[in-house]
Design a protein around this ligand. Structure first.
Ligand SMILES: [Zn+2]
Length: 378
């Protein structure tokens, strides 16, 4: 059973259009996955998620485990039943959240002890437990528990974290295989290994080769887009991509600016998620085909044109920049909802443009057209 099929390959770059087959439907790549950390895409209803064409959502084991807690999800039909979302969800293992949010973190060879960021209660995650937790959540794409390091990290710290991540991935894969061996191949979830290695290209390359040997269903690139320079980020990404097989999906964790997505797709990355489109929306910042736009700027006070004249979302079809500017200044909640919907639709439309360009053999021209227009001030 093949869970990934490349439909078209660009002839000039490593960009590709493909499909990931999950137990809750097809995900056409390149894909942008809206983030639903707490079981909700912030300020966006389920009806709107359908309308913007999101084929996969991203959620988080750490957050769901702490709140509402796994017994609640099990009682309510898993995360899909709980949030009334029929399509596939990819869950992050929680490695990054344990690292970035929790207190009193202590990593041993066996797992990670931490205190909840909500109430300080003690918890212990192991690679095996995190597989079991994702089974309770019922997501379609699971990830292995990983160890994150601060950036910049010393080579010694990066090596240590990578070694643990690798051993934990082996344990997670073994547990996953045992747990899913009796399942129909079409109905089983997929398991992605997380590739670490900080900003050391040779460690990144080694991490990619190791994860490829473990025969994961796909690969998640973690620990990038964490404050490093763009050049460093792309160098590390290139080292990963050169060492991964071409017949599995690759997911760049937490990358969400449209220019970065274009550049990563060019190297062969398939899947993306990021909180920025919705977080920035709540701060009045819109992504448009002409560049970033801040609705509070004085020039939009009497501007009766849509946020992005090229966009087909419910916000752009029905409301003006002047109205959004007014809502933002009056601190009305609707503005967060409308710009969030627009920003997500904008990125989903970008990935659609990429897929069509790969199929039509025009990826480079399409990328140049996007970049030229996006650099302009609105
Ligand atoms: Zn729009």
């Amino acid at each position: 059973m093949e869970h990934f099929k490349v439909l078209h390959k660009d002839t000039e770059t490593a960009a590709r259009a493909a499909v990931v087959k999950t137990n809750r439907g097809l995900v056409h790549t390149p894909v942008f996955m809206p983030v639903a950390t707490q079981g909700t895409v912030k300020a966006v209803s389920q009806r709107d998620i359908q309308e913007i064409g999101a084929e996969c959502l991203l959620s988080n084991t750490y957050h769901l485990y702490l709140r509402p807690g796994l017994p609640t999800l099990e009682k309510c039909g898993g995360l899909n039943g709980f949030m009334n979302h029929p399509g596939p969800v990819l869950t992050d293992s929680g490695g990054f959240q344990v690292y970035s949010l929790s207190r009193l973190r202590k990593i041993t060879d066996n797992g990670v002890h931490f205190a909840s960021h909500i109430d300080g209660s003690p918890h212990f995650f192991t690679p095996e437990k995190v597989i079991d937790y994702q089974a309770s959540i019922g997501s379609s794409i699971w990830t292995c528990l990983d160890v994150c390091v601060k950036n910049p990290a010393s080579r010694e710290d990066a090596v240590d974290a990578l070694k643990k991540t690798q051993r934990w991935a082996e344990r997670a894969k073994a547990h996953f295989t045992e747990k899913t061996r009796h399942m129909d191949p079409l109905k089983r979830p997929l398991l992605f290994g997380i590739i670490q290695g900080s900003m050391y290209p040779d460690l990144r390359a080694e991490a990619a080769r190791h994860m490829a040997e473990l025969d994961m269903d796909g690969f998640a690139v973690g620990g990038l887009s964490v404050g490093e320079s763009k050049a460093q980020m792309m160098e590390s990404l290139a080292a990963v991509m050169e060492n991964l097989p071409k017949n599995k999906p690759v997911y760049f964790m937490g990358l969400g600016t449209p220019d970065d997505i274009w550049n990563s797709v060019e190297l062969g990355v398939d899947m993306f998620d990021c909180v920025l489109p919705t977080r920035n929306a709540r701060n009045g910042q819109a992504l448009t085909s002409g560049g970033k736009l801040y609705v509070k700027n004085a020039q939009f006070k009497n501007d009766d044109s849509p946020l992005d004249p090229e966009c087909d979302c419910i916000c752009c079809r029905n409301y003006s920049r002047a109205y959004l500017s007014h809502l933002y200044k009056a601190k009305e909640l609707l503005v967060s909802q409308l710009i969030s919907i627009h920003n997500l639709r904008f990125l989903i439309n970008q990935t659609k443009i990429m897929r069509l360009a790969v199929a039509g053999g025009t990826f480079k021209q399409a990328k140049k057209a996007f970049m030229d227009a996006y650099q302009k001030e609105v």
